[in-house]
Design a protein around this ligand. Structure first.
Ligand code: PEP
Ligand code: MG
Length: 588
């Protein structure tokens, strides 16, 4: 038996088989059952084939302009078939029974340690190529895994989660009817996730430093959330004590079911209605959204339609997909965001002559500034019209709202509205009945936030996209790890911007929601309710917990908290205040 001691943050003693979740490596690691091995191997193979197709396409494009550079991609294509890469990852999946992402990551680490030791600088530089290729394989693996809840859904009934770090938005998606407790390397008593654990009544220990490296997936573990002890491979006596104490605990399954609140809409403890919609990337996620209790779709990122390699998506195909979604959700609203792609992604398609009838997208989405989102759509009216026509044709099959991404001012909104008008007129000429569709704007560029009052005059609704807004407001590129620590949703600037946009919408009597990741963190959402927001759109897996937290919290307490927080000076102070208050507000 091994005993690790951390900080007990949520009382209760549970035992279970360890599931390891590593977030910092940007690859989740978890133990799979033997029945799932063939599925993981298939995912790996599909990722390889998608990567191959993408590399062949890129190589072809590059060869036309810079033939000398094409060899780089030849090298990556060769590596794709190297027995040390994908086949070795497959073997890792089989022998260690881990998910494909983790196997790929592990193989990469082995590669890197070998290359780091060689003296030849040419060979050492190849690490970059391997990293690039591994990144591509992981990106293509992500395509068919939507949420950590999916990742964690194949677990046995009694698992305990051991993580390097467990962010609240991931914690909110874990199926706590199967995961009985958790322990993390990171954290303190006021760690957001610790507070959530108490609210969920899930035993938890944090601040263990290296538990995720020292505990092996599948090992039997006892977590004592009162004393802060974690026992690995416990003795019979420790196990028996755990079983006795566990029996006295209220059932977590019951607790989580309470959290899901059936189909009831979310309401605070003092009866204020809060609208919770879902953000989805794939039309199939509609089922998960409904199941999770979403009232509607607050954001469908339509560019994921293009993420599939293969044929272009033409107008009729888009129409069928949008129609399916609208019918599937009717009468609830479905907010479809027009493609949020950038110039490079589009250029790669133009060069292949694929764009006659539609758009295809092969590469990872980026968050670069430039010709992106609505700006790009406006420079390609012939392509934008295809999407608008498909949307408008589908609109009579349900409750559609169209939202434009990356808008920086009123001019763009007017141009876009004109294009919608032109598409509607053309359809009407062909005898189609086109209902009036509400048009909204994603507020995610600071200029749009500062002109939210002007935009609100001409838009039917606003939605605050804090993922981009935070990065542009704070001038922090999240991909640059030297500054990513400055990416701070609780920066006073962000809270002020949110208040400004909410007020602008209220003055013009149009709805405003918040659809960034911030909404998936129940503590942050509580504060946002205090700041006056009443509508959120979030990843489906986070909805049940958001409802549960709201039901236990009074809106007037949240308002008082928000007033106090708005007078504070730094993100650190705000966070400390929020954590202390959140603990008091939602934990009875
Ligand atoms: C956002 O920017 O907050 C948002 C919801 O959109 P995305 O994450 O797709 O940029
Ligand atoms: Mg965005």
């Amino acid at each position: 038996m091994q005993r690790l001691t951390g900080i007990g943050v949520s009382p209760g003693v549970v035992s279970g088989r360890a599931v390891i979740l590593i977030q910092r490596a940007q690859a989740l690691r978890y133990q799979i059952s033997s029945a799932r091995v063939p599925l993981e191997l298939k995912r790996l193979e599909e990722s390889r084939e998608r990567s191959r197709q993408q590399l062949v396409d890129i190589r072809e494009r590059v060869a036309r302009r810079r033939p000398e550079m094409a060899a780089l991609f030849d090298a990556q294509l060769l590596m794709l078939d190297d027995p040390m890469l994908v086949p070795r990852a497959a073997e890792t999946v089989r022998t260690q029974r881990v998910n494909a992402e983790w196997a790929v990551q592990q193989v990469f680490q082995e590669f890197r340690s070998v290359l780091d030791d060689v003296a030849d600088p040419y060979l050492r530089e190849r690490t970059g190529d391997v990293a690039d290729l591994v990144g591509r394989l992981k990106m293509n693996l992500r395509r068919d895994v939507t949420t950590p809840r999916d990742l964690l859904s194949a677990l046995d009934e009694s698992s305990v989660l051991i993580a390097d770090e467990l962010t609240p938005s991931i914690a909110a998606q874990v199926d706590w009817t199967k995961v009985r407790g958790f322990a993390t390397d990171a954290g303190s008593r006021t760690y957001h996730t610790a507070i959530l654990a108490r609210s969920l009544e899930v035993p938890a220990v944090v601040g263990l430093h290296s538990a995720s490296a020292r505990i092996q997936a599948g090992e039997l573990v006892v977590i004592d959330g009162a004393s802060g002890d974690v026992f690995v491979d416990p003795t019979e006596e420790v196990l028996a004590r755990a079983a006795r104490q566990d029996e006295e605990r209220p059932s977590v399954a019951g607790n989580a079911a309470r959290g899901a609140s059936g189909g009831r809409p979310a309401t605070t403890a003092d009866g204020v209605r809060i609208r919770l919609d879902a953000n989805i990337e794939f039309p199939d996620d509609l089922v998960a959204a409904r199941y999770a209790g979403a009232e509607g779709i607050g954001l469908y990122r339509s560019e994921f339609l293009l993420a599939d390699t293969g044929a272009a998506i033409d107008e009729d195909q888009q129409y069928e997909i949008y129609r399916g979604m609208l019918e599937g959700m009717a009468p609830a609203p479905v907010t479809i965001r027009t493609f949020d792609v950038d110039e490079d992604q589009l250029a790669s398609q133009l060069s292949r002559g694929r764009l006659a009838g539609g758009w295809v997208l092969n590469e990872a989405r980026t968050s670069r500034q430039g010709l992106r989102g609505l700006r790009l759509s406006l420079t390609r009216p012939e392509l934008f019209q295809v999407q608008l026509r498909a949307l408008l044709r589908a609109s009579r099959h349900g409750n559609l709202r169209i939202v434009f991404p990356f808008v920086s001012g009123v001019d763009e909104l007017r141009d876009a509205r004109r294009m919608v008008g032109a598409a509607a007129a053309e359809l009407a000429r062909h005898g189609e009945v086109v209902p009036r569709v509400p048009i909204g704007v994603v507020i995610e560029i600071p200029a749009a936030a500062y002109t939210a009052d002007l935009l609100a005059k001409e838009a039917d609704f606003l939605t605050i996209g804090t993922n981009d807004l935070i990065q542009y407001c704070l001038a922090v590129d999240r991909a640059d790890e030297r500054v990513s620590g400055l990416y701070e949703p609780l920066h006073p600037a962000i809270l002020r911007v949110v208040v400004m946009v909410r007020r602008a919408a209220a003055r013009h009597r149009i709805p405003v929601s918040l659809c960034g990741e911030m909404a998936s963190d129940p503590a942050l959402m509580t504060l946002l309710v205090g700041l006056g927001l009443r509508e959120f759109s979030m990843t489906p897996g986070a909805i049940a917990m958001a409802k549960q937290v709201l039901e236990g919290t009074r809106s007037d307490d949240m308002r008082t908290l928000a007033r106090r927080v708005l007078r504070l000076t730094t993100a650190g102070e705000i966070e400390a205040e929020l954590m202390a208050a959140f603990g008091r507000l939602s934990l009875k």
